[in-house]
Design a binder for this molecule. Sequence first.
Ligand code: ADP
Ligand code: MG
Length: 318
Amino acid sequence: MSEPDPGPNEFEQIARLFRPLTRGAPEALDLLDDAAVIPSRPGFDLVVTKDVLVAGVHFLANDPPELIARKLLRVNLSDLAAKGAKPYGYFLGTSWSPDFGWPERQAFASGLALDGEAFDLRLLGGDTVSTTGPLTVSATMLGWVASGKTIRRGGAHPGDLVMVSGTIGDGGLAWLAAVGKIADADGALLRRYQLPVPRLDLIPFLLDHANAAADVSDGLIADSGHIARASHVGMRLDLSRLPLSSMGKAWLAAQSDRQAGLLRLSSLGDDYEIVCTTSVNASKHPDMTVIGEVTAAGFEIQIDGMSVSVGSRGWLHT
Ligand code: ADP
Ligand code: MG
């Protein structure tokens, strides 16, 4: 077997792969300087988030390079959505593995180009290294929000409603499908695993109504718990109200233990939906489902009116 095509030298690679992704942003200085320069914007706060993806852990080693790139941007965009920040640009860290040669890098860059356009992002800088380990890519994503308006995890009040967007559990089921543990005849679950959809569409609603928000990447129960902890409040969630897709409903119906199934759907990660709390009298949103309320203390999970005990790591029940 031949060695992977190493392609042009490092500077040429940066010029060819990455310079077009700046989309002409003057801040990037054509990726020829030591750093980018971002002028401050009066009246705005810069919201900054970072996610690192490792082959075999956060994506499958044989996922198409374009989709790895797009997932990298999207998981970061999901964090910006939860904070109410409008996406602006990103810094990219690429740690190329031996099997990831020039054609794969070009495919990776074309994925970044596609979603960079779709989400109006500019590449501002980064770093490129090689590793003998698994492919590792990271992005530091920047977004702008009106000064002081960033939605935090820590703003929930007792009496608030807890609501979640979209449907829950599909990301986790998609992972189970991706590793061959459940069937995925039409590939819909795999697509959802490989290409999550960040809920940037919810930003106006969240800015107007959310007291606290987080994106659902660790699982609904864990991420709701993060809000409760950061806000020094409690929560009561009713998993019988969990919004499920047709795939989620079908999977749940096939489980012998409905309670364990609901706990599993709300503990698997990778949903990239938004969980937030709002005042009781705040407007509702057609794509958000109320699943519980904020209490003074304690973290309680109910299913069909029965309390279920949740272990510190997620979903153990008695
Ligand atoms: P230094 O060695 O001074 O840290 P580099 O030679 O690594 O700088 O990078 C030169 C330029 O190329 C910088 O503007 C840097 O931001 C950019 N760059 C390097 N790697 C990447 C990457 N993976 N994505 C985007 N920009 C990159
Ligand atoms: Mg330098």
